[in-house]
Write a protein that binds this ligand. Structure first.
Ligand SMILES: [Zn+2]
Length: 173
């Protein structure tokens, strides 16, 4: 099992991004200047091949300032509203955005999402709601389903931290 929020899987080549400074988040801008096709990528080759016209260092995303940055895509926020500025959402597809948010901030989501289309996982979550499958506890069950040999003592390995504030490193940016 990966140490959560330390390893990402490149949407270009599929290989692990083990050092945060080797990664970027890339995305595209449409004719309305809205953002779409969010990808986590290796910095040089995979980013170039992705066709992304915008990108930001992966290491800029963890922490509270990173969270504020991606929330800015969703809403300009109350200060801009009070200033009478035009309010808009910079996102084309909220499902895609939520997937990126979970990849960046939910422990174990990045590793687990590689198995979301596994028939055992689909079967296990047939009656799940929109929240439960993306909890740390359920990711532990998922790993047990798909990689039982890798996770011999699942309950012993379950992380004790399960709130976002405990996982997010304090931003020094
Ligand atoms: Zn890559």
């Amino acid at each position: 099992m990966d140490i959560p929020l330390t390893i990402w899987y490149c949407d270009g080549c599929g290989k692990a991004i083990r050092e945060m400074e080797q990664g970027v988040v890339g995305w595209r801008t449409n004719a309305d200047l809205k953002y779409y096709r969010f990808l986590v990528l290796h910095k040089i080759d995979c980013l170039t091949a992705s066709g992304s016209d915008r990108w930001r260092e992966l290491q800029a995303f963890p922490g509270i300032d990173g969270l504020s940055y991606v929330l800015g895509w969703l809403s300009q926020g109350p200060i801009n509203q009070n200033l009478g500025r035009e309010m808009y959402c910079s996102l084309v597809d909220l499902d895609e955005y939520a997937d990126l948010m979970r990849r960046l901030y939910i422990p174990h989501y990045e590793e687990a999402r590689r198995h979301f289309n596994d028939s055992r996982v689909r079967g296990y979550h047939q009656t799940s709601d929109e929240f439960t499958p993306y909890t740390v506890e359920q990711f532990m069950r998922l790993f047990d389903l798909v990689e039982p040999e890798d996770v011999p003592s699942i309950l012993l390995q379950r992380p004790k931290r399960n709130t976002i504030s405990e996982w997010l490193p304090l931003s020094d940016q």
